[in-house]
Write a protein that binds this ligand. Structure first.
Ligand code: MN
Length: 261
């Protein structure tokens, strides 16, 4: 049997499960909030065009508007100034082979439950590798925090206080390690950014954005259902919309997982 025929048969027989890592988009989905003087991302808005009525008797459809960075979404290298001049740095020019790959899931849910400002470090990644093997080149590394479960409460999901946002993310040495020593394709989180809420205090500030995009790599955020993935062995598919010169886009993120036999 050909590899693709074998794959199709395995999906049909549920020997390969398809896990949806996407949140549902609706107007209540929390939008990223920057300092008041800066430009702001628009939340998701939807408006009915017709619903089997006088505006269109046999069809239902909607108009929607949103920021490129709304809901479960993709960050392209052009999103950050470090990736500004790279070739193929936007959603319409990224090689499609980059929009998929094996997933390594780093379970930080216990640490994130104790500390909303938890930072994933290189040391923690090395400990993960000691257990699960080396992160392969061109992998997508996903930071599981179970933060996605807070989505039912937008205030808890955003987690702002007078000092700013408090959400977990990667440290500078973790991002240097993943980008330069492991050549990952991308890094994904369950929170509203690939960086921690307090990452503007780090040097460089926002290391996930700065280092990933400066090296032509990609980000995923607001991921869901990472608790349904094994540490290794899942295969991720994450193509953004093909927006001309797009800095990112909402997308559907799917993971293929082989069932235990
Ligand atoms: Mn983004």
């Amino acid at each position: 049997m050909s590899v693709l025929a074998e794959f199709a048969a395995a999906v049909a027989a549920r020997r390969i499960r398809v896990v949806d890592l996407t949140h549902t988009l609706d107007p209540q989905f929390p939008a990223i909030v920057l300092q008041a003087e800066l430009g702001q991302a628009a939340p998701f808005r939807i408006e009915e065009i017709s619903r089997y009525d006088e505006r269109g008797s046999a069809w239902y459809w909607n108009n929607f508007t949103c920021s490129e960075h709304t809901g479960t979404h993709f960050d392209a290298p052009i999103h950050w100034i470090s990736g500004r001049y790279l070739p193929n740095n936007a959603t319409d020019s990224i090689p499609v082979e980059d929009l998929m790959g094996p997933a390594c899931v780093i379970d930080c849910s216990a640490e994130a439950a104790l500390d909303a400002d938890f930072l994933l470090t290189k040391e923690r990644l090395l400990a993960w590798e000691a257990e699960h093997g080396q992160i392969p080149a061109r992998a997508w590394v996903l930071m599981r925090t179970d933060w996605s479960k807070k989505i039912v409460d937008a205030v808890a999901y955003q987690n702002f206080d007078e000092a700013g946002q408090h959400t977990p993310g990667p440290s500078v040495d973790a991002m240097q390690f993943l980008v330069f020593e492991r050549q990952v394709l991308g890094f994904g989180t369950e929170t509203i950014g690939t960086d921690a809420g307090q990452a503007f205090h780090l040097r460089p500030p926002h290391p996930a954005h700065d280092l990933l995009h400066g090296a032509g790599r990609y980000g995923l955020q607001c991921l869901n259902n990472l608790d349904q993935l094994p540490a290794t062995g899942a295969y991720l598919v994450c193509p953004p919309l093909k927006i001309k010169q797009g800095s990112g886009s909402p997308l559907r993120v799917l993971a293929f997982v082989e069932s235990a036999v």
